[in-house]
Design a protein around this ligand. Structure first.
Ligand SMILES: CC(C)(COP(=O)(O)OP(=O)(O)OC[C@H]1O[C@@H](n2cnc3c(N)ncnc32)[C@H](O)[C@@H]1OP(=O)(O)O)[C@@H](O)C(=O)NCCC(=O)NCCS
Ligand SMILES: [Zn+2]
Length: 179
């Protein structure tokens, strides 16, 4: 499935990135970071040294995962994000925080404590608001190159707009789905 990295991005050579993961432009990925498979890291995200993400993790634009609670102590306390977590745009995740499996973080949150699996949190400081609403699950779509690359479900035979047979299509994995 491969790896897609939009430029310019700054990926430390020691970072390990799983198959199918997409990284938007202006992303900064630090030393010894591990990203799992099929993650979607949107533009302007910072993932500090030694942070670890599981599979199918979504991170919205402008979010930062930090690792040094008292800069410039040089004590590295990385953030851990478990599988299928969905983190909104513009969030700050403080050092040493663990975000549980399938947790949801609302946009603009400042996350200071661990987040349990399947929980929705948001706000500053982020607080528990209920159960998770979405789970990141990549889906495959096809595109009609004749119609400005409109997305159609995989397996569609004819474009719903121009009705041309979909022979020249591009497949792409993406999607945040309701649970
Ligand atoms: C957290 C979220 C999923 C909640 O959605 P929801 O359950 O439909 O929530 P609602 O819109 O019904 O809002 C419920 C209340 O929470 C507040 N709220 C919702 N999201 C909030 C957030 N991120 N931060 C602070 N308050 C928030 C609303 O203002 C509302 O408060 P009110 O009842 O006093 O008016 C959604 O608001 C969110 O932040 N999604 C992430 C979007 C994102 O970052 N996408 C990235 C890719 S583009
Ligand atoms: Zn078409």
């Amino acid at each position: 499935m491969g790896l897609k990295i939009y430029q310019p991005s700054n990926i430390h050579p020691s970072a390990k990135i799983g198959d199918g993961t997409k990284i938007g432009a202006f992303v900064d990925i630090g030393r010894d970071v591990i990203l799992g498979k099929n993650c979607n890291i949107q533009a302007h995200v910072t993932i500090s040294n030694e942070c670890k993400l599981g599979d199918n993790v979504f991170i919205g634009p402008n979010t930062s995962l930090l690792n040094d609670k008292y800069p410039v102590s040089n004590v590295c306390s990385p953030v851990i994000v478990e599988d299928n977590a969905v983190i909104g745009g513009g969030c700050i995740i403080l050092p040493n925080v663990r975000i549980g499996e399938s947790a949801n973080i609302g946009a603009g949150s400042v996350v200071v404590h661990d987040v349990s699996s399947n929980c929705l949190v948001y706000g500053n400081p982020a607080a528990w608001r209920g159960e998770s609403i979405t789970i990141y699950k990549p889906q495959t779509f096809m595109y009609c190159s004749n119609c400005d690359y409109i997305k159609v479900p995989k397996g569609t035979l004819n474009c719903p707009i121009c009705e041309r047979k979909l022979t020249k299509t591009v497949e792409k994995d993406e999607g945040v789905l309701p649970k």
